[in-house]
Write a protein that binds this ligand. Structure first.
Ligand code: NAP
Length: 188
């Protein structure tokens, strides 16, 4: 298989610190571009990570015909708009969780062209230990599941963090509450 050519929407911390270093190790992935609202920021990260092209706007990068797939780690309120824009530009999309702020907003993704894949970056759906847990539940190894109780918490006081800005999709439920919800509905 030829490596898939990827573009990255923004210099979000999760991307530059965790996801991109992992992607760069894969022989099936070639990251050809990174974009940012500021060209200088995109150029700085392109230099640090060894990515060939930098764009000063997300839209400009989406018009790059060489890019086949994009990674979208924007704040939550931009997941659907930029995922749709990328899909309409013919790119497959790996979008950070939660893929939308509401179920109604998620339904807008149905407008995406049918020949592109859109996936939500929820690790629990792919990680081996969670797949093993699901297998045990499905095989009835722990008996009938009637309820699930999950504690997932951390401390974050910074009012400037995207997670603490309600108007751009912040809040505990959308940030980590979505994990217990996903796990509790993790049947197929
Ligand atoms: N799957 C996981 O395990 C995991 C882990 C952590 C985070 N996430 C998800 O990843 C996403 C980003 O989280 P993060 O902590 O990496 O965020 P972050 O560091 O704040 O990055 C968000 C980026 O979005 C761009 N942006 C565009 N419009 C913005 C606005 N109005 N306000 C702030 N930033 C804006 C900025 O990039 P430019 O300046 O370059 O344009 C910014 O660097 C969230 O959806 C979060 O839920 C997932």
């Amino acid at each position: 298989m030829k490596p898939v050519k990827w573009g990255v929407i923004s210099t979000a911390n999760i991307g530059v610190a965790k996801v991109l270093p992992g992607m760069l190790k894969s022989k099936d992935i070639e990251i050809v571009a990174i974009s940012s609202r500021k060209l200088k920021t995109a150029q700085e990260w392109a230099g640090k990570l060894g990515i060939p092209r930098a764009y000063g706007s997300y839209e400009e990068m989406l018009a790059d015909p060489e890019i086949e797939a994009v990674y979208n780690p924007l704040p939550n309120h931009l997941h659907v708009p930029l995922t749709l824009a990328a899909a309409k530009a013919g790119k497959h999309v790996l979008c950070e969780k939660p893929i939308a702020i509401t179920a109604k907003e998620a339904m807008q993704l149905k407008k995406a062209p049918k020949n592109v894949f859109i996936a939500e970056a929820f690790m629990v759906r792919h990680a081996a230990q969670w797949l093993a847990v699901r297998d045990l539940v499905k095989k009835n190894k722990i008996g009938e599941v009637r309820a699930i109780q999950v504690l997932f918490s951390y401390f974050l006081k910074d009012p400037k963090n995207v997670r603490n800005m309600a108007d751009i999709g912040g809040g505990g439920l959308l940030d980590i509450g979505c994990y217990p919800i996903t796990v509790s509905r993790f049947t197929s």
